[in-house]
Design a protein around this ligand. Structure first.
Ligand code: 5GP
Ligand code: ZN
Length: 132
């Protein structure tokens, strides 16, 4: 087993646990970007959210929500960003799905989700046709 998050789930690599249920494990990120920066990982190895079954989607979103509530309760931030980098083009480094929970405070110097990428000139009406 090469995956670092599978090793953490198996207890072979230590972590600072934040929350655990039958389906997910949440632990403090080793290189935090904020006080209480937490990663939430499914206990089974899945590369991308697009590999989830419909059952997985329900279980993992319940676990993510519970982990976020725990971070909010203990760290008491003023706000929170929750997100994931899905596949390398979006910045995913560890190929085992994981959500980042970033506790936030007014004036902490961070940006919003919009700061991941600058605005682009795109014809929204043209894109909308793809969904019709
Ligand atoms: P990614 O860039 O794949 O979305 O994020 C991976 C995250 O996992 C990074 O924020 C990184 O700091 C964290 N990470 C990588 N290896 C370990 C580890 O061994 N332990 C912990 N606690 N976090 C890790
Ligand atoms: Zn894994």
């Amino acid at each position: 087993m090469e995956c670092i998050f599978c090793k953490i789930v198996a207890g072979e690599v230590p972590c600072h646990k934040v929350y655990e249920d039958d389906n997910v494990l949440a632990f403090l990120d080793i290189f935090p970007h904020a006080k209480g920066h937490t990663v939430v990982v499914p206990k089974k190895h899945v590369n991308s959210i697009f590999d989830f079954s419909s059952e997985d989607r329900t279980k993992f979103s319940t676990g993510l929500s519970a982990a976020a509530r725990r971070v909010n309760e203990v760290i008491k931030p003023e706000g929170m960003n929750i997100g994931l980098n899905d596949r390398p083009a979006a910045g995913q480094v560890v190929p085992h799905v994981h959500w980042h929970i970033f506790p936030r405070w007014q004036g902490d110097g961070g940006g919003s989700v919009h700061s991941i990428k600058g605005q682009e000139k795109i014809d929204v009406a043209e894109i909308a046709k793809l969904f019709s």
